[in-house]
Design a protein around this ligand. Sequence first.
Ligand code: PLP
Length: 401
Amino acid sequence: MTSFAQLKEREESLLCRTYGRYPLAVKTAQGSVLTDFDGHEYIDLLSGIAVTNLGHSHPVLADVMNEQARKLVHLSNLFYQQEQLNLAEKLLATTHFDKAFFCNSGAEANEAAIKLARRYAQRVKGRDAGTVITLTGAFHGRTLATVAATGQAKFQDGFAPIPQGFLQVEWGSLEALESAIDSDTVAVLAEIVQGEGGIRPMSLEYARGMQKLCRKKDILFMVDEVQTGMCRTGRFWAYQHYGLEPDVITSAKALANGLPMGAMLATDDVARGFEPGSHATTFGAGALVSSVAEKVVDIMQHEPLAERADKVGSSFMEDVRKLGERLPGTIEEVRGLGLMIGIVLTFPGKDVWDELLRRGFVLNLTQERVLRLLPALNIAEEHLAAFLRALEEILSERTAN
Ligand code: PLP
């Protein structure tokens, strides 16, 4: 029988050491419950980092995969593909956008957005410009261009030379943004709620001010919805909370509920920046992944999952706040939108995170003190209640000691 120790040893001899793994290997997953190789069950509050928004091993998606796998899996983007068009139609209908470009990950979707912003400025607007502005605390991916956009030293360490053409400004300051925009700027790329950055939602004033500034300076306003997208924050897309109309958004994680897929959506005007041959990917939106993603969009529209995320997320955050009041000095802040939630502890949270895992709760710790929860949008409320009870016990024990 396979054990955790055996998997760990095999991995050390077989894989590049790029990941700091959690001490857990999952054998099967259903809904929001993970089962390890010893048969222990865990409640999944992370959803593969905001990917399996509909829960694991969704039976309807399994049927779609099965059926499509027997008909057509991949042809390449040399061909017209009905499955891709069906998906584009449904996905675009959730937005004000006119055109989609499909790829395979969040980083690739952002690469497409960056390339489109530059090409639109240079070829459509006739400008000699190329700088994309991003914000401190951002995370846009791990390819060379997206680590440049991410702008954090820890993700760039040892990878010099880092591509040029990115400028980072302080999150939260419209003045800093305004003074950074110059004749070389083509776009601002921003997350409405920073994920890796510790679940930081923008204020309404900041988000709207940013769009207004982009319009005033005639540059593109591009929103990275890779983590926030697909009903996670209580609307289909996070920008819709704020009444924004970005020129471009990027999406990935939840698009195909676990199969790799990314998308960049743009207005007709901006999409003129691309022509046949200017950008491409071999795998993007093959028949299998497209038919699964189309079904994901269908389910998200027909089951009121955004509304549920909004309602369940708000009442859960309220419960965590009350817990913080019962145990003063433990929880500094609870922030988030919908089911994208950060519980900010007043102290480094590694021990709390370890104990939660030991008690069967899978979540993420980011920025050292932020317990990050990204549960499936259909998670049972009793799973969230069980997490709260465990957190209260752990924090009470800590305050008692
Ligand atoms: N953008 C955001 C906001 C993300 O959270 C992530 C991944 O966590 C990415 C981009 C990169 O996505 P991927 O890992 O699929 O390349």
